[in-house]
Write a protein that binds this ligand. Structure first.
Ligand code: MV4
Length: 445
């Protein structure tokens, strides 16, 4: 096992990883920008290194500074968390080139999944269902028209280097295709320096369901079930659930079997998430994320398994601690992403937290670096706390969530807690009756 791990991240996820290290008996190194000197992940660290000024490009994205911090402190492995350098294949390569272990997939797999066309091609070959669309890149408008006519309108044009909703254009009919195609290519070139685009049938009322997987170096691959992440606004998730209100246990098992078989053939390693659109009883793979995700706690709660601990063990060469048969799903979990934002306009609200009280009690988990007196800096993502509840049924989880939101006190800055309270009280949400469009409509009404 590793003697020491560097955590290349900040905020609640840095704390989350620190906790897993501590339970494994592994000292960890925190890194921080000058803006984060007073952050909880630094205060609770075994050891910490300042890696640069506030802008992320000079600190949390500063590869030489992070590698130096690891070498100077004698860390043997780096956990990237999510965001920042987590899906940068060159960073993973550089970590390895310096004799350190990257706690995550191989650089080759990170690169493959970052190229959405390559990812889809690989999954299709391995029998994972896709949305009907172009097989590979579409390089001219004549081909685009052919593909669209073949699959039928509406269609969506996506950037191969995009993902997470960046670089997507919908064409409702043949009349709008040419323009959508050229805009999509130009935007892709501008945003990613790569104008490769592909075309898919546009699904107009899907749910976003993702599957958590984990693989070790011995060829074992398991899944930890699905999360329903349909409640998003402008591609920012607000609330996630495990399991999906729309999925039966049988459908989960079938999806899991297909996905784990595919990843075993691919030789994938460590944690990953397959993203699907689910509409009219059909799954269609769209992207794969090669990192630990923000919403991993809902999976941990229903499985009773520490996913970060498994990531670290696997990276050290250990065999997965669980076979698929040992993974069972108990009850229902819901996570609210609480951000430092105006709950009506979503304008970020950095500032001083003057009082802080986190909810507690049975089935309540709060992952947060907040404390009374902490100043939320303006430089980074506005996520300040994740409230996760777990209960035997979805209805019980909703009651518990309502109670916990009521109990939560964050004073001094505005947060999205009032918005979460409105969602939890909504009858459609309570019925689990929502698609990816539900939240945009809800916040507008
Ligand atoms: C789609 C789609 C409909 N049809 N693809 C947006 C994020 C990126 N991961 C994929 N996205 C979508 N791809 C086809 N063929 C609709 C979306 C989409 C979406 C997906 C998941 C969650 C929220 C979303 C909000 C708008 C659009």
């Amino acid at each position: 096992m590793f003697q020491k791990i560097l955590i290349a991240n900040r905020g609640e996820i840095a704390l989350r990883i620190q906790r897993a290290c501590r339970e494994l008996g592994i000292p960890s190194v925190a890194v921080h920008s000058t803006a984060d000197a007073e952050a909880m992940h630094v205060r609770l660290a075994d050891e910490s290194v300042c890696i640069g000024p506030p802008p992320a490009k000079d600190s949390y994205l500063n590869i030489p500074a992070i590698l130096s911090a690891a070498l100077v402190t004698g860390a043997e492995a780096i956990h990237p968390g999510y965001g920042f350098l987590a899906e940068n294949p060159r960073f993973a390569e550089m970590v390895e080139a310096h004799g350190l272990t990257f706690i995550g997939p191989s650089p080759a797999h990170i690169r493959m999944m970052g190229d959405k066309i390559a990812a889809k091609e690989a999954m299709a070959k391995l029998g994972v269902p896709l949305v009907p669309g172009s097989n590979g890149a579409v390089t001219d408008v004549a081909k685009a028209r052919d593909v669209a006519t073949q699959i039928g309108y509406p269609v969506v044009i996506k950037a191969s280097a995009g993902g997470g909703g960046r670089g997507m254009k919908v064409a409702q009919d043949a009349g709008s295709l040419d323009e959508a195609f050229s805009i999509a290519r130009a935007e892709a070139r501008g945003a990613f320096g790569n104008d490769a685009v592909y075309i898919e049938k546009y699904l107009d009322h899907p749910r976003h369901i993702e599957l958590q997987v984990m693989a070790d170096d011995q060829g074992n691959v398991v899944h930890f079930g699905e999360r329903d992440c349909s409640l998003q606004r402008r591609h920012q998730k607000l609330l996630e659930e495990a399991g999906s209100p729309a999925l039966s246990a049988g459908a989960r098992d079938r999806l899991g079997a297909t996905a784990t078989a595919a990843l075993a053939k691919l030789g994938y390693r460590n944690a990953g998430t397959l993203e699907f659109l689910y509409q009219d009883g059909q799954f269609a793979f769209i992207e794969m994320n090669t990192r630990l995700q923000v919403e991993h706690p809902v999976t941990e709660m229903v499985c009773g398994i520490d996913l970060v601990r498994e990531q670290i063990r696997i990276a050290a060469g250990a065999t997965l601690d669980y076979t698929q048969r040992q993974i069972s799903f108990s009850g229902h979990a819901i996570e609210c992403r609480i951000t430092a934002e105006d709950p009506a306009t979503f304008t970020p609200t950095p500032g001083r937290v003057t009082a802080f009280h986190a909810p507690g009690g049975l089935g309540v988990r709060v992952d947060s670096g907040l404390y009374a007196g902490y100043f939320v800096p303006p430089y980074y993502d506005s996520l300040v706390a994740k409230l996760i509840v777990h209960a035997p049924t979805r209805a019980d989880a909703i009651s518990r969530l309502r109670r916990a939101l009521e109990e939560f006190a964050i004073v001094g800055i505005q947060t999205t807690i009032p918005l979460h309270q409105r969602i939890v009280d909504d009858p459609e949400f309570q019925r689990g009756d929502y698609t990816i469009h539900w939240l945009e409509e809800f916040v507008a009404r």
